[in-house]
Ligand binder design. Structure first.
Ligand code: FIX
Ligand code: ZN
Length: 421
């Protein structure tokens, strides 16, 4: 749509496009549709500050690898000692150009601290002078974030009581009902539900299906969950004769449809490849996109959001999204969240799906990480978009600033909200 007097780009002024796209993408606020952040009402579950930034599990893996210290030595340290060890190993003894390290540098820079010459004690002093509420406001503003979606686990004993107490949750933090135990550890989940008063048994006898659906419905309503989500191993298959398929078919899909919410599947994580690294010890495996195709084909009244962890799965996943309007693909998950792979995936998705994709989520676990994750990703999204626009105007199209704004809005949040609505 073109408005009068607005800037229009054609082959003649294509040289000015890149600057305009960068500006517009930077001005566009973001809905971050998958994070591990919590609203301040969740107290200590909301991680923030330099020691948390430095002890991110991505950095733990890099520091233990670089230093070759025994795992027990690392885990035997206090959190401040771990943070100081990682700072020394990855930022003082080495040049911090890995993506996770560069992320810390960007965070410090965006907070007005001096990553190059600064000392850890200076950074700590800055964070000690902030209140968590002010820090949330400041970080949301600096990252140009409109809202984030949390990962909310009704099986977590720290999180559950906060919901049950009816805590007032900052409206910038939306909920997502995360249900990994139901799908990845059914026998255990069934016994937890049974202990909590649901008439559930691991053999699917009696009221099990209705009771699991009651559990899901209660939590969707209590959290006002925007979607249900699970992470799955590379051997995820659907349908098959496992309890996982049964729970998906009989419990999750009908409940998701009843509440009009999507089911998000994050496929391809090999949990605990190196258990000694704890949260940092998960790996990746190539999965089957056929299972996603079958889910979408057999359940046209359900909405699915899918991200896959293996680079090798990305092309087939894009093709599947072209076939199924009830599938939204999202984000460059975890080990894919590096510039080389974000650029490759974003380019492929734009070429195969236009703006019908959620190109990125942050997966931030620590508040300040949204500063780097969005800063780095916006830069790549703008770069790829400018490339596509340059090709388009060279082919004869007239591109208005309004059209660029509409694309940026869709890519940084609109496509997600539209898919939910
Ligand atoms: O399962 C997930 O949501 C993953 O994103 C996490 O478990 C993972 O540890 C992570 O933080 C990746 O970025
Ligand atoms: Zn995650």
């Amino acid at each position: 749509m073109t408005q009068t007097n607005e800037r229009v780009y054609t082959a003649a002024n294509a040289g000015e496009l890149r600057e305009a796209v960068t500006r517009i993408v930077n001005e566009q606020s973001v809905t971050d549709m998958h994070t591990h952040l919590y609203a301040p009402a969740f107290g200590e579950l909301l991680l923030w500050g330099i020691d948390e930034v430095l002890t991110y599990h991505y950095l733990i893996a890099e520091a233990v690898r670089a230093s070759r210290i025994p795992y027990e030595t690392y885990w035997g340290m206090s959190k401040p000692e771990q943070a100081a060890f990682i700072w020394q190993t990855l930022f003082v003894d080495r040049t911090p150009y890995s993506e996770a390290c560069r992320g810390v540098v960007t965070v410090l820079n965006r907070l007005g601290l001096n990553p190059g010459d600064g000392r850890l004690e200076d950074f700590r002093a800055y964070f000690a002078s902030q209140s968590v509420e002010d820090q949330v406001d400041q970080v949301f503003k600096a990252a140009n974030l409109e809202s984030v979606v949390m990962t909310n686990d009704p099986f977590d004993d720290l999180e559950r009581p906060v919901w049950e107490a009816g805590a007032a949750v900052d409206p910038r933090f939306h909920a997502a009902l995360r249900i990994d135990p139901l799908l990845n550890d059914w026998a255990n989940a069934a016994s937890i539900l049974s202990a909590r008063g649901y008439n559930v048994d691991a053999g699917f006898g009696g009221q099990t299906v209705a009771e699991v659906r009651r559990f899901l419905s209660e939590w969707i309503q209590r959290m006002k969950a925007r979607y249900m989500a699970v992470s799955l191993p590379p051997d995820f298959n659907y349908p098959d004769d496992t309890p996982r398929s049964r729970v998906i078919r009989d419990c999750i899909l009908p409940t998701a449809e009843e509440h009009g919410i999507p089911f998000a599947l994050m496929i391809g994580v090999k949990r605990g490849v190196n258990p000694a690294l704890k949260l940092a010890g998960d790996g990746v495996g190539i999965a089957s996109v056929d299972a996603v195709e079958r889910l979408c084909a057999k359940n046209p009244s359900n909405k699915f959001m899918v991200t896959m962890l293996a680079r090798e799965n990305q092309h087939a996943l894009c093709v599947t999204a072209r076939k199924f309007p009830n599938l939204m693909i999202f984000g460059c998950w975890w080990f894919l969240n590096n510039p080389v792979l974000i650029e490759e995936m974003t380019r492929m998705r734009f070429e195969l799906l236009g703006s019908s994709v959620v190109p990125q989520h942050s997966d931030a676990r620590v508040l300040e990480q949204v500063l780097y994750k969005w800063d780095h990703s916006r830069r790549i999204i703008a770069k790829v978009l400018a490339d596509k626009y340059e090709d388009l105007v060279a082919s004869g199209w007239k591109l208005s600033e309004t059209a660029i704004r509409e694309d940026a809005e869709r890519l940084l949040g609109g496509a997600f909200w539209e898919f939910l609505s």
